[in-house]
Write a protein of this length. Structure first.
Ligand code: NAD
Length: 476
C-alpha cells in the first residue's frame, strides 16, 4: 500500500470516472447521478463463538439501480471498509454496463480474517450476515444478487443460498439470489474458473491486434511471454494456469501475501498452487528462488503484469519503477488514479479492471439466467445437434465410398465434430464472445477518438454512455 498522500480507493474510482465523463456531453445533473453511490448499509451483529459473543461489521453497498437486480461480490477480509465497498460497487455498475450484463452495481464485505475461524464458525458467521442482508432485501433474486470475491467462494455462496431458502420457503426462484454456488447447489459449470478464464480471453483478444500490441511495445503471440502474477487465489491461479498451459506463456513470478517466487525459466503454477493450499503461502517452496519482499517483485522486468490480489498495489510510490509493458488488472483497483497517470505517461498499456475481470460477473449472469429458467444450458439441444452432425458425417462417408473418392476425414475430426456442446462449452463460448465484443467496444473509442489515449478512459466512456442511455429511457 502507498505511504504517500494518495486519494482513497473510492476517490480514485471517481477521479477516473471524472476524467472520462469530462469528454462526454451528458444532460446537466446526470453525471452526478451516475457517479454517486445510492446507499450503503452497515450492519454490526454478534455471533456466539468459543464461549463468548463476537461482534462483526459488514456492509452492502448499492451504487446504481438503473437496472435491477444489482450485482456484486461479497468480500471477507480485514481491510473491508465503507470506502472500499463503495468503490467496488461503483466499479460493478460500470463493469456490468460495459459487458452488457443487465444489472446495476453493488458490493458487500465483512471485516473478518477467514483464516482465524474453522469451517463451522465461518458457516455461523456467514449465515448470520446473510440473514441480516436477506431481511432487508439486500440479497434477493430480483433485487440484489451477490457472488464470491476475495476470501469467499462456492462454500459461502451455498450457505447464503440455503439461508435464503430457509427464510423464503415458497420463492421458486430462490436459487437465483446468489451466484457462484457449487454445481450441486444450483451453480453453473465454469463459474469457478470464470474470472481467470476471462483474463485469458481478454489477453488473447488484445494479442489478435498488431496495432494494439505495438502500443504496448510487444510483438508476436502469448507464447513465451514473461508474466508476473500477484495473488494466486481464485482469479490469479486460473489466469496463470490457463495462460501457461494453453497459450505457452511463462509465469516467471508469483507474489503472495508472505513473499514471492521467481524463476526466469517459468514456474510450475500447479505445484506452487498445491504448496500454497497446503502451507498457506509461498514461503518454503523448494523449487524456485524465494523473495521475502513480494512488493519488490512487482517491479521486476516482464512483458505482462497481472495484479490479482488487492487494490492500490501500484501507486504513486512505486509506479515509476514498474517495468512491465502491459498490465492487466485482474484485481479490482490495483492501480491508483495517480499511478495510472504516471504509467500512461510512460507508455505502459493497462487493460482496466472493469473489463479485465468481468468474466466473473458474465458467468454469474449465465448462472442467474440458468436458475430462473430452471434448466441446464444445452439440455434441450445437445443430442439434436449431435444427430445433425452425424447426418453430415454419414453423408461424407457415403459419398466417399459410393463414388470411390477415397476421402479420409482428418484424425480426431469425427469425435470433435460429432460432440454436441455441453454446459461448460456453452459457458466458455458465451464468455469468449462477451470478452471479444466488449474489448472491441473499448478499442473503437481508444483508436478513433483523439482525446482518448488509454483503454481505461475508453472503458468508462462505453459504460457511462450505456448507464446514461438507460436513465434516459426511464425518463430521468
Ligand atoms: P482470493 O481470496 O481467492 O485470492 C486472493 C489471493 O491474493 C490469495 O491467494 C491471497 O493470499 C493473495 N494476497 C492477499 N494479500 C496479498 C498481498 N498483499 N500480496 C500478494 N498476494 C496477496 O480472491 P479472488 O476471488 O481471486 O479475488 C482477487 C481479486 O480479484 C480481488 O480484487 C477481487 O475483487 C477481484 N475479482 C474477483 C472475482 C471472482 O470471481 N472471484 C471477480 C472479479 C474480480
Amino acid at each position: 500500500m502507498s505511504t504517500t498522500n494518495e486519494p482513497s480507493f473510492r476517490e480514485s474510482v471517481d477521479l477516473m470516472f471524472n476524467r472520462a465523463v469530462a469528454l462526454l456531453d451528458l444532460p446537466p445533473g446526470l453525471e452526478e447521478k451516475i457517479r454517486v453511490c445510492n446507499a450503503t448499509y452497515t450492519v454490526r451483529f454478534g455471533v456466539r463463538l468459543r464461549g463468548k459473543i463476537e461482534t462483526f461489521t459488514g456492509y452492502r453497498s448499492v451504487h446504481s439501480e438503473h437496472m435491477e437486480p444489482v450485482k456484486g461480490g461479497i468480500r471477507f477480509a480485514m481491510g473491508v471498509n465503507q470506502d472500499e465497498v463503495e468503490a467496488l460497487a461503483a466499479l460493478m455498475t460500470y463493469k456490468c454496463a460495459l459487458v452488457e450484463a443487465p444489472f446495476g452495481g453493488s458490493k458487500g464485505g465483512l471485516r473478518i480474517d477467514p483464516r482465524q475461524y474453522d469451517e463451522h464458525e465461518l458457516e455461523l458467521i456467514t449465515r448470520r450476515f446473510a440473514y441480516e442482508l436477506i431481511k432487508r432485501d439486500l440479497i434477493d433474486p430480483a433485487q440484489n444478487v451477490p457472488a464470491p470475491d476475495m476470501g469467499t467462494g462456492e462454500r459461502e455462496m451455498a450457505w447464503i443460498a440455503d439461508q435464503y431458502a430457509r427464510m423464503n420457503t415458497s420463492d421458486i426462484n430462490g436459487k437465483a439470489c446468489v451466484t457462484g454456488k457449487p454445481l450441486n447447489a444450483g451453480g453453473i459449470a465454469g463459474r469457478v474458473e470464470a474470472t481467470g478464464r476471462g483474463v485469458q480471453y481478454a489477453l488473447r483478444e488484445f494479442f489478435r491486434d498488431d496495432l494494439d500490441l505495438k502500443k504496448a511495445g510487444l510483438t508476436g503471440t502469448l507464447e513465451g511471454k514473461r508474466v508476473i502474477v500477484q495473488g494466486l487465489g481464485n482469479v490469479g491461479y486460473h489466469a496463470a494456469k490457463f495462460l501457461r498451459e494453453e497459450d505457452g506463456a511463462q509465469i516467471i513470478g508469483i507474489i503472495e501475501h508472505d513473499g514471492a517466487l521467481f524463476d526466469e525459466k517459468g514456474l510450475d503454477v500447479e505445484a506452487v498452487h498445491g504448496w500454497i493450499t497446503k502451507h498457506g503461502g509461498v514461503s518454503g517452496y523448494p523449487d524456485a528462488r524465494g523473495h521475502e519482499d513480494g512488493a519488490a517483485v512487482l517491479e521486476s522486468d516482464c512483458d505482462i503484469l497481472i495484479p490479482a490480489a488487492l487494490e492500490g498495489v501500484i501507486n504513486l510510490e512505486n509506479a515509476d519503477r514498474i517495468k512491465a509493458n502491459l498490465i492487466i488488472e485482474a484485481a479490482n483497483g490495483p492501480v491508483t488514479a495517480g499511478a495510472d497517470d504516471i504509467l500512461r505517461e510512460k507508455g505502459v498499456v493497462i487493460i482496466p479492471d472493469m473489463y479485465a475481470n468481468a468474466g466473473g460477473v458474465t458467468v454469474s449472469y449465465f448462472e442467474w439466467v440458468k436458475n430462473l429458467s430452471h434448466i441446464r444450458f444445452g439440455r434441450m439441444q445437445r443430442r439434436q445437434e449431435e444427430s445433425r452432425h452425424q447426418l453430415v458425417v454419414d453423408e461424407l462417408e457415403r459419398l466417399s465410398s459410393d463414388k470411390g473418392l477415397g476421402w479420409q476425414l482428418s484424425p480426431g475430426f469425427k469425435e470433435k465434430y460429432l460432440r454436441g456442446a455441453d454446459e461448460l462449452e456453452l459457458v466458455r463460448s458465451g464468455l469468449d464472445d462477451t470478452m471479444r465484443i466488449s474489448y472491441q467496444s473499448m478499442r473503437k473509442i481508444w483508436h478513433e477518438r483523439e482525446d482518448v489515449t488509454d483503454l481505461r478512459t475508453a472503458a468508462y466512456i462505453v459504460a457511462i454512455e450505456k448507464v446514461a442511455a438507460s436513465y434516459r429511457a426511464k425518463g430521468l
